[in-house]
Design a binder for this molecule. Structure first.
Ligand code: ADP
Ligand code: ADP
Length: 227
């Protein structure tokens, strides 16, 4: 059963038919606990694709379904991590990751706090739970953003170049951390990246998009054994 299904999906920002759509004719099936990476040059439509799955943007052609239902807006069971984590500067790390729960339910309980601590530990942030965001490196802040998204326990996690602002070493470190998080708590993931290495390291399948606006070049199965 597909978790996410795209059939002939496209989007054009400009109604002028002389201007090609940002994305067109995308067919994609993402299964439960599958990790799909999307690679391609800047401007090829990766973010547009992600925003349509996230329900932040309406497709102008084709159909996006999540859990068998047409997407008609953002949903709680679909988490999103953007390039910059936008942590709240006046809350410490722990309160930041708990914030969406408070925002959503008005409160959180002991169990939520325990889960937050466990996820922070898994992300190597145990010692930083009481620190303020500006006391953390960019890489750590990005990990906090990922923990925050995971804490809501989304069934699907969409990540738009979450590591692109980081240097190569930090990136590699986070990649491995993410991989271990993934193994502890399997998630269905769509992950946008510039880095083929990152894609191959993390993904089960890699969707390659072409520089020609909005077209899919290839869908590659990465058959790497998971450690
Ligand atoms: P990528 O994520 O691969 O860099 P995007 O999905 O951001 O690509 O952009 C795809 C194309 O759509 C680009 O040509 C970009 O300029 C255009 N585009 C993106 N967002 C908008 C927007 N809000 N309004 C108009 N054009 C946009
Ligand atoms: P704001 O309303 O200030 O834009 P939110 O509280 O909606 O911010 O979201 C803050 C962060 O929490 C997001 O960047 C995202 O990482 C995470 N988040 C929000 N909604 C969800 C959700 N439904 N599932 C997973 N993570 C989410």
């Amino acid at each position: 059963r597909s978790f996410v299904k795209l059939a002939g999906v496209g989007h054009r920002y400009d109604p002028n038919p002389a201007i090609p759509p940002a994305v067109t004719g995308i067919d994609l099936d993402i299964h439960r606990h599958e990790f799909v990476a999307v690679v391609g040059p800047s401007g090829c439509g990766k973010s547009t694709l992600l925003r349509m799955i996230a329900g932040l943007l309406k497709p102008s052609e084709g159909r996006v379904t999540v859990f068998g239902r047409a997407v008609d807006g953002p949903r709680d069971d679909v988490g999103i991590v953007f390039q910059k984590p936008t942590l709240l500067p006046w809350l410490n790390v722990r309160k930041n990751v708990l914030f969406p729960l408070r925002h959503k339910y008005g409160r959180y309980n002991r169990e939520d706090e325990a889960r937050a601590d466990a996820l922070l530990a898994m992300a190597g942030l145990e010692a930083f739970a009481r620190k303020m965001p500006d006391e953390l490196s960019g890489g750590m802040q990005q990990r906090v953003g990922i923990v925050r998204a995971l804490l809501l326990n989304p069934d699907i996690l969409l990540m738009d170049e979450p590591f692109s602002a980081l240097d190569a070493m930090t990136r590699e470190q986070i990649g491995f951390d993410l991989l271990s998080l993934w193994q502890e708590q399997p998630k269905t993931v769509l992950f946008i990246t510039h880095s083929i290495a990152e894609a191959v390291l993390l993904a089960d399948r890699v969707l390659v998009m072409s520089r020609r606006p909005g077209t899919v070049l290839d869908l590659i199965d990465v058959d790497l054994p998971r450690p």
